[in-house]
Design a protein around this ligand. Structure first.
Ligand code: HEC
Ligand code: HEC
Length: 203
C-alpha cells in the first residue's frame, strides 16, 4: 500500500472515530459522508465504489449489518457502519432506494458472451441464469432482498464475483453466489460485469 493510500485511510478512520460518532443520528450529515464516495444520489463515478441508487432496502440493510458485524470485509465500510444505529440504516436505505440509478455502457465485444450467461446460464457447467434471481433487466427482487445489479460499475461487480469465488465475501449464508462464482472463469466474470453495467432497469 502506498503512503497516499495509507493517509487517506487514516483520515477516514479519524473522521469515523471522532466526528462521525456525534453526527450519526443526523441523516443529512450522514448522507454527506456517504456522498463523498458513493455520490449524492448514490450514482458515484468512481468505478471501485458501488452505485447505491435504486438498490432495494432489504439487501442494503443486510449488507450494512454484515459490515457492522465484520462479516463483510472492508475496513472503511466496517468502521462507518459500526457508528450507525439500525434506525440510521433504515433511513439511509429508504433514501437510496428512492434515487434513480444511472446506467452505464457495456463494451460491445462483451455484450454477447455476457448476455448469454446472464439470460441462459450454462447447463454443462451447472450455471443457472443470473436472470432467474436478479431479473431480466437486473432489477433484483426487493421482497427477497436480491440485489439490483443493473448499471453497476463493472470494476465493482468483478471484485465482488472474485470475492465470492475466493470465499472472502461470506454475506450469503446459503452460499448461492459462492457456488455460482466457483463455476465462472475470469473471462466469464469480465463479460458478465460489463454486460451488467449496461443493463437497463425497467421501472
Ligand atoms: C471512503 C469511501 C466510502 C464512504 C465514505 C462510504 N462508503 Fe460505502 N462503500 C465503499 C466501498 C469501497 C464499498 C465496497 C466494499 C467492498 O468491496 O466490499 C462500499 C460498499 C457499500 C455498500 C454495499 C453495496 C452493495 O452493493 O453491496 C453499501 C450499502 C454502502 N457502501 C453504504 C454506505 C453508506 C450508507 C455510507 C455512509 C453512511 C457509506 N457507504 C460511506 C466506500 C465508502
Ligand atoms: C438463485 C439466485 C441467484 C442466482 C441464480 C444468481 N444470484 Fe447473484 N445474488 C443472489 C443473492 C441472494 C445475492 C446476495 C448475496 C449476499 O448477501 O451476499 C446475490 C449477489 C450478487 C452480487 C453482489 C451485488 C452487490 O451489489 O454487491 C453480484 C455481483 C451477483 N449476485 C451477480 C450474479 C451473476 C453474475 C449471476 C449469474 C452468473 C448471479 N448473480 C446469479 C442470488 C442469485
Amino acid at each position: 500500500m502506498n503512503i497516499l493510500k495509507k493517509l487517506i485511510i487514516c483520515c477516514i478512520l479519524l473522521i469515523g472515530m471522532n466526528t462521525f460518532g456525534y453526527t450519526a443520528k443526523d441523516t443529512n450529515k450522514t448522507q454527506i459522508i456517504c456522498a463523498s464516495c458513493h455520490g449524492k444520489t448514490g450514482n458515484t463515478m468512481t468505478p471501485s465504489y458501488p452505485k447505491l441508487a435504486g438498490q432495494n432496502e432489504k439487501y442494503f440493510i443486510k449488507q450494512m449489518l454484515a459490515f457492522k458485524k465484520t462479516q463483510r470485509d472492508n475496513l472503511i465500510m466496517q468502521n462507518i457502519a459500526s457508528n450507525l444505529t439500525e434506525a440510521d440504516l433504515r433511513d439511509l436505505a429508504a433514501y437510496y432506494a428512492k434515487q434513480s440509478p444511472q446506467i452505464g455502457i457495456a463494451r460491445r465485444v462483451l455484450v454477447k458472451p455476457g448476455q448469454r450467461l446472464y439470460r441462459a446460464g450454462d447447463k454443462d457447467r451447472y450455471l443457472p441464469a443470473c436472470m432467474t434471481c436478479h431479473g431480466p433487466a437486473g432489477e433484483g427482487n426487493s421482497l427477497a432482498g436480491i440485489p439490483m445489479l443493473a448499471g453497476q460499475h463493472s470494476a465493482y461487480t468483478k471484485a465482488q464475483l472474485f470475492a465470492y469465488r475466493t470465499n472472502t465475501r461470506k454475506t450469503d449464508p446459503n452460499q448461492i453466489m459462492q457456488d455460482i462464482a466457483n463455476h465462472l472463469t475470469d473471462d466469464d466474470i469480465a463479460a458478465l460485469a460489463s454486460y451488467i453495467e449496461g443493463l437497463h432497469r425497467i421501472h
